[in-house]
Design a protein around this ligand. Sequence first.
Ligand code: PGA
Length: 258
Amino acid sequence: MTRPRRRLVVGNWKMYRTPSQAEALARAICDPVARTVGDRADVVAAIAPPFTALPAVAPIVRLHPPVALCAQNVHWEDEGAFTGEISAPMLLECDVRYVIVGHSERRRYFGETDATVAARTAAALRHGLTPIVAVGETLDERERGETETRVLAQVRAALDGIAAEMLARVVVAYEPVWAIGTGRNCDPAEAGRIARLIRSALPDLDAVSILYGGSVKPDNFPAYLAGGDVDGGLVGGASLDADAFAVMVRQALAEDAR
Ligand code: PGA
């Protein structure tokens, strides 16, 4: 029997919160989430503060094992002359376990390409971090009927050539660019269809958790999970609200029990 896929709720804090503000938000999130999840090993909640806040948030996360620390990016080299970048060994020393790679804001504003996303994904895996590989089409691509080709190309570019046992550790996040931060979330059935398409992209993706991201909130999150193809959420704006984040973690647990 294949391993049941893990539920995952990831809060992407983007460029919000100074270290002291992040510490307060992490405290507000970790207590209720840890109480909600308890010892359910099948559900993980992760928070991704800005790099500068990782050392402040790490001790709080350490006291609440159901919550994991996630970074928003990672460089492919361990060290070197790469101004402005952060490497996997640096993240590991801050207790980081997950890392988002290929977020559309990185692709759009900072020249991230399929090739750099692949290099970052490989570096994360090499160091035992779980990469959350973000893929998704722009509105133009969707309107031109290129959604499937674009998403499949992004998935294949990031994951092709990764050994099967490594691939089992990858998480993929389907995030249509037009749904991010717009309040215009993707229809849950369509997100489920793309999740199935992603699983068909490569052999061995069956056990991989696939998240949906793009204007996820407590009032729409259960509909994504209910379809059975989406295993969790990559949440931006709503993850900065501790109560909303705790509610979404509770929803992931409830849907899992159905
Ligand atoms: P949003 O962001 O929930 O604010 O739309 C999602 C993301 O960018 O990961």
